[in-house]
Write a protein that binds this ligand. Structure first.
Ligand SMILES: C[S@@+](CC[C@H](N)C(=O)[O-])C[C@H]1O[C@@H](n2cnc3c(N)ncnc32)[C@H](O)[C@@H]1O
Length: 353
């Protein structure tokens, strides 16, 4: 899914007349037009975000675009403590997460990946109250000036900008990251970047001490992370009841466990079935449709072998005692989930076969 169509149309008009010298002039007109069309929205911390293609969703929550970048991504990643931070900033948008990362660690090397040129262009005209915004703007300026044949070299070699589908980027990348910001639109509207297959590619490109962070707590997403080998954990979120997800590569790490109800649902319910995209090329509709079909088949199979449990009963903890008591063990959430699956289904990988 992309940002709002009307917004992109307006931004494109200004991209056509951009020459590097007319930023001031474009700024006034572009921002005014986007606001008049109600597609550029001020959030509670005074920073701006865009509506999504599906107008039910925005690129950030109303608590604040910058606030989200700080409290859902930069701070939970503990980037300040890293001596050699290498960040993969998926779905960079207007660059809020990259700006926050640089603010908390000026040594961060960041690969920004964004499919939509228009949102990157927009950042040139926003006022984001961290000086690191100038670094991101300079990099974006370099991209757009070079595109129209004007030579310009940004001073910031620690930032790389890739404009394209994150799925194509990840298979070509030979780098290793210790922080991954995963900031796609919600999986129920666009699961493209939440599939087991995409997450597995990220897993391979992470350092052993690496962490992937997402604001999403969706069950099929967390389940896919467990199947990929991540240790899943959660932290309180700003502006949302459900917590953000942290996924660690180190299998022996014992971070905070996710809540017990989610652990059971991920372990035992058919709603935990991950999205799949083996060729990393399917459309979002095909990915959703394919999962629906597999889910129906799995449900039938489990009913046949007497292993089907409804999500409602799983949530209530109305499951065999010997499975329930696994949650009392001193293990991390991923170990608990795998152990419950192994004991109940006799197969820890039942959801990715
Ligand atoms: C929730 S917004 C991210 C906001 C962003 N992190 C920021 O700081 O402004 C999701 C972004 O994902 C981008 N996107 C959607 N599909 C993508 C894909 N397959 N690869 C890369 N970016 C994608 C959208 O264009 C949009 O900018």
């Amino acid at each position: 899914m992309l940002p709002n169509k009307k917004a992109l149309e307006i931004i494109r008009k200004y991209m056509k007349i951009y020459n590097g010298k007319n930023e001031k002039d474009i700024k006034e007109r572009l921002i005014k037009e986007l606001k008049e069309e109600h597609v550029l929205v001020e959030t509670e911390d005074g920073t701006y975000t865009l509506k999504a293609e599906d107008e039910e969703e925005m690129m950030h929550s109303k608590v604040g675009a910058l606030k989200e970048a700080i409290y859902k991504f930069a701070k939970p990643s503990k980037i300040t403590d890293l001596s050699n931070p290498r960040v993969l900033d998926l779905c960079s948008g207007m660059g809020y997460n990259a700006i926050a990362a640089l603010h908390y660690n000026k040594n961060a090397e960041i690969d920004m990946v964004e499919i939509c040129e228009e949102v990157l262009f927009l950042t040139l005209f926003l006022d984001i109250p961290y000086k690191e915004h100038e670094i991101i703007k300079d990099k974006v300026r370099e991209y757009f000036l070079n595109k129209i044949g004007i030579e310009y070299k940004s001073d910031y070699d620690n930032i790389n900008l890739y404009v394209g589908d994150a799925r194509k980027f990840i298979i070509k990348s030979d780098k290793k990251y210790n922080v991954v910001f995963h900031d796609a639109f919600s999986p129920k509207r666009d699961p493209t970047l939440y599939t087991y297959d995409f997450l597995k590619e990220i897993y391979k490109r992470m350092e052993d001490n690496g962490v992937l962070i997402s604001y999403s707590s969706a069950i099929p997403f967390r389940s896919a992370l467990v199947d990929c080998g991540f240790v899943i954990s959660e932290k309180e979120s700003v502006g949302r009841k459900r917590g953000i997800t942290l996924a660690y590569k180190n299998p022996n790490f014992k971070p905070n466990r996710i809540n017990e109800v989610d652990e059971r649902v991920i372990a035992l319910s058919v709603i935990a079935l991950p999205y799949r995209d083996e060729t990393l090329s399917l459309t979002k509709d095909k990915i959703i449709e394919d999962r629906e079909e597999r889910r129906e088949k799995l449900k039938e199979k489990l009913i046949k072998i007497g292993k089907y449990l409804s999500t409602k009963q799983i949530k209530k903890g109305n499951i065999p005692e010997e499975i329930l008591k696994i949650q009392k063990e001193d293990l991390n959430s991923s170990e608990i989930i795998k152990k419950m699956r192994l004991k109940f289904f006799k197969d820890a990988n039942i959801f990715i076969l």
